[in-house]
Design a protein around this ligand. Structure first.
Ligand SMILES: [Zn+2]
Length: 205
């Protein structure tokens, strides 16, 4: 299993040697899949998945969180999955401070939401309104780390990549979808339909 993973990662890297290739990779995004998937190493089933990005050639790869940990020494996913599992069945619980920082960096939460969340870590009791606001932010986090949002982001990036070579295509709408995906943590059904119709009509692959 180990060899399959290193081979796949080396193929996507600039260096041909594992010892240097592994340092080309950074954590990008994590999501929890509803459907069990197969890791790059061949391991099945996995549901905690990380997207890692190569800093030298911009390639990305989807790898099981345990492999990212074990072989690449990237542990960012752990904190995210811990928080997902903690609040999944009870939105009144809190995500960790590191995850709050992550959501801010990804522009999923704005300055107000960020400050609010850091502030409530010190509070023992929340008012009804505060609790509702917290749950709303938790929901954004769960949406952002869903396989649905991962697939939407993949589709958006595919169109943007295609548009690099088809410069006549106006990317402002697709960029606005991406922006929206960030703000709300997901696309609405209407937006996702619009995205799919662009992909179908222009035969983007
Ligand atoms: Zn694996």
């Amino acid at each position: 299993m180990h060899y399959k993973l290193t081979e796949e990662i080396i193929n996507l890297s600039v260096s041909h040697y594992w010892e240097s290739a592994k340092f080309e990779w950074n954590f990008e995004y994590a999501y929890q899949s509803e459907k069990p998937q197969t890791c790059l190493c061949g391991h099945f089933p996995i549901i905690n998945i990380c997207i890692i990005k190569n800093t030298k050639n911009q390639n990305d790869a989807e790898v099981g969180n345990c492999c990212v940990n074990k072989f690449l020494g990237i542990d960012d996913g752990n904190k995210i999955f811990l928080s997902i599992n903690k609040i999944k069945n009870d939105f009144s619980k809190s995500i960790s401070e590191e995850v709050v920082e992550y959501l801010k960096k990804k522009r999923i939460i704005n300055e107000t939401e960020y400050k609010f969340y850091l502030d409530i870590f010190r509070k023992r009791n929340l008012s009804y309104k505060q609790l509702e606001f917290k749950k709303k932010i938790n929901q954004k986090f769960i949406d952002f780390t869903s396989s649905e949002t991962n697939s939407h982001l993949n589709r958006i990036n595919m169109v943007l990549k295609w548009a690099e070579e088809n410069t006549w295509f106006d990317i402002s709408f697709v960029n606005s979808l991406k922006e929206n995906c960030s703000k709300k943590g997901k696309l609405s059904e209407k937006q996702s339909d619009a995205l799919e119709s662009i992909i179908t009509k222009l035969k983007i692959k």
